[in-house]
Design a protein. Structure first.
Length: 130
């Protein structure tokens, strides 16, 4: 991922088994400061502390799903400008369309890999972002 994530803040929401841990490790290895939230409500509370450079959000979370979380961030948050990535195992064209209409900037299918995260970081944070 080169230096795209060095000194960046990556915020991972819905960081249960699998995706959250994998992404957190990959981002940390690349020099990002990683903030993890268990679910959408927890994430909204943590956003009050400051805006990250990138949010990875699982679409299936208890209490508040990723779609509702994204809409809330885009409409009622000082972090509405932050780049957001929907992360999901759902391979349904309707879910893919909902990610865009909910306010996500990208849709990433599980499993999360270094190559997929690199592509997303390059596209959303810029090839030379530092």
């Amino acid at each position: 991922m080169a230096d795209r994530l060095k000194n960046k803040v990556a915020f991972i929401t819905g960081a249960g088994a699998g995706m959250g841990r994998e992404a957190a490790v990959l981002f940390a290895e690349e020099g990002a400061r990683v903030v993890v939230a268990a679910n959408g409500r927890d994430a909204l509370k943590r956003l009050a502390d400051g805006c990250p450079d990138l949010i990875l959000c699982d679409l299936r979370m208890p209490g508040m799903d990723g779609f509702a979380f994204a809409r809330e961030v885009r409409t009622n948050s000082k972090c509405r400008h932050v780049r957001m990535v929907a992360v999901t195992a759902i391979r349904d064209p309707v879910a893919y369309l909902r990610t865009w209409t909910s306010g996500f900037d990208a849709h990433l299918e599980k499993p999360v890999t270094r190559d997929k995260l690199d592509e997303i970081a390059a596209r959303l944070l810029g090839r030379d972002a530092r």
